[in-house]
Every structure is written in C-alpha cells, then in structure tokens.
Design a protein around this ligand. Structure first.
Ligand SMILES: N[C@@H](CCC(=O)N[C@@H](CS)C(=O)NCC(=O)O)C(=O)O
Length: 212
C-alpha cells in the first residue's frame, strides 16, 4: 500500500495527491503538518529528517520526500507512457517544468501567497505584495508563451510536467476567489490550459481546495 504523509491543503502534498488521483492508485493519506502537527516525532524524523511534508512510502520501498521526487517516482513507476514520457527528450520537456516551478515560479509566488493568505490583513506589506505580484505576472508570461499552440506543457496529454505548475496555477487564481485579488497580466494560453486542468476530476478533488 502507498502511504502519503501530509495535510491536504499543502501545495506540495497536492502535487502528490493529484498524481495519485491521475494514476488511480490505492493509498492511505495521513494528516500531519500544520494544525495536525506530528512532524516533530521521532518516527516522522526517521522518515523525513527535514520534518516537512509530503513524504511517501510505497509498500516495502524507501521513504521518499521532496514533492517533485515523489511525483517523479509515482509517474515513473505507475505512469510510464502517460505521466512519465518514455522518450528521454519528451521526458526532459516535462522535467524542466517541474524544476522551473521549484526554482523560478515558486520564489515569485511565495511572497504574494504568504503576504496575502498567511499574513493577517493589518500586518500586510501591500506595496511589497504588489511589487511581487507584478514580478510573478512576468514569470507566468514565460509559461503563457510556451503554451501557445500546445494542449499541455510537454505533450498533447497531461504529463508530470503539468503537475507542479498546475497546482501553482490554482493558487494564483484562487487568490481572486478568496477576495485577495492581485493584478494579473493577460495570460490567454495559461487560461486555456488551466480550463483543461479543471476538467480533470483528480485536479478538482486534490488541488482545488480552499486556501484558508
Ligand atoms: N521542497 C519541499 C518543501 C516541503 C515543504 O516546505 N512543505 C511544507 C508544506 S507546503 C511543510 O512541510 N510545512 C510544515 C507544515 O505543514 O507543518 C517539497 O517540495 O516537498
């Protein structure tokens, strides 16, 4: 049995759960982290010395942590030819968007998300949030240009490359839904791709979860 540790409103857990859902894998998810606690126990530290979520263990396999390593493992093991493109060049296209999310998109999303969602209104640095939102808009434009003429980031169908940027895209849009809107540039190709993601039941179930 596959076991996933992590509360369901963590973006990093959502990437893993969306992957689990796409692959229709039998699993058990354990609520740890955030209000559930449980990351400071000796047992959890033995699984994941970073004391972060997610962590997964698949049957007798080792503990795997780092959300993108979890996504890659599940895609490689259970999604060869679908989430995990078998051709090395095609796979590199998917892989690079996983890395891009971690190294480029996330650093630009985090100050906006933390500033608006995790900071009480009276403590918000509005000028900094607006500056960060403009910079983040420029980052999204890179993905928007890439998606022109494409259905998904690396192929005509969903691959692991869509997972991390798709989870981030929900957060980007969910800020509006929760009345915390930020200025966004026109992103027509991201919008069309995001509409395609929203057609998928595992995306709606595991990613489209209220932020607060
Ligand atoms: N680079 C790690 C980051 C993991 C991380 O920072 N997870 C956050 C949740 S999104 C966490 O564990 N926070 C502590 C908590 O939820 O209690 C990954 O991608 O898995």
């Amino acid at each position: 049995m596959l076991v996933v540790w992590g509360r369901k409103n963590s973006i990093n857990v959502q990437k893993v759960m969306w992957t689990v859902g796409e692959l229709d894998l039998a699993h058990e998810r354990k609520d740890v982290g955030g209000p559930f606690g449980g990351l400071d126990t000796a047992d959890y530290g033995a699984l994941n010395p970073n004391r972060r979520i997610p962590t997964i263990v698949d049957g007798d396999g080792p503990a795997i942590w780092e959300s993108h390593s979890c996504v890659r493992y599940l895609a490689a093991r259970y999604g060869a030819g679908t989430l995990w493109p078998e051709d090395a060049a095609a796979r590199a296209l998917a892989d690079r968007w996983l890395d891009w999310m971690q190294t480029t998109l996330l650093p630009s999303l985090a100050p906006v998300f933390i500033g608006l969602v995790r900071t009480p209104a009276e403590e918000r640095d509005t000028a900094r949030i607006e500056r960060s939102a403009r910079a983040m808009g420029e980052t999204w434009r890179i993905l928007d240009a890439h998606l022109e003429g494409r259905q998904f980031v690396a192929a005509d169908a969903l691959t692991m490359g869509d997972i991390a940027v798709g989870a981030a895209c929900y957060r980007y849009h969910a800020l509006d839904v929760e009345g915390l809107g930020v200025e966004r540039p026109a992103l027509p190709h991201v919008a069309a791709w995001y509409a395609r993601l929203r057609e998928r039941a595992p995306f709606r179930t595991h990613v489209m979860i209220p932020l607060s």
